[in-house]
Design a protein around this ligand. Sequence first.
Ligand code: MG
Length: 159
Amino acid sequence: MSNYRVGQGFDVHKLVEGRRLVLGGVEIPYEKGALAHSDGDVLIHAIVDAILGVMAMRDIGFHFPDTSEETEGIDSTVILKKVLEWLKEKGFSLENLDATVIVDKPKLSPHIEAIRENLSRIIGIEKENISIKAKTSEGVMFTNEACAAIVNVLVKMNT
Ligand code: MG
């Protein structure tokens, strides 16, 4: 068996007034935020799905259902830390992460470094191994204002 595996994840949430916008565990100042059962952190949700994908362990909704009271308003970094524990228990270490966040507003570039630093601290890998790219949808991808994320991860099996 190969010593490496890849995983990919995707998530999208609608942006509405009266909610916080949290990306990679960092609060982004904006008049709208993600409509979600949890804190609606699309970037972390996509990272979690990518990590679960590596282990062929279904998806975030399977393990942390949005119908459960336990996950209501949950800080998504708690979910990320949990799946990172599972990854470690299975003998894998996360090598690098490459993410694309798609949002028309607000501009993410002033927040990219803070997000990389926060994820580096949570995941326990160097910031140099965490890539966050910000794209707009040019106003054509979403019917409603929304924020989406696509993530790829590479993990190594520690033999
Ligand atoms: Mg989600």
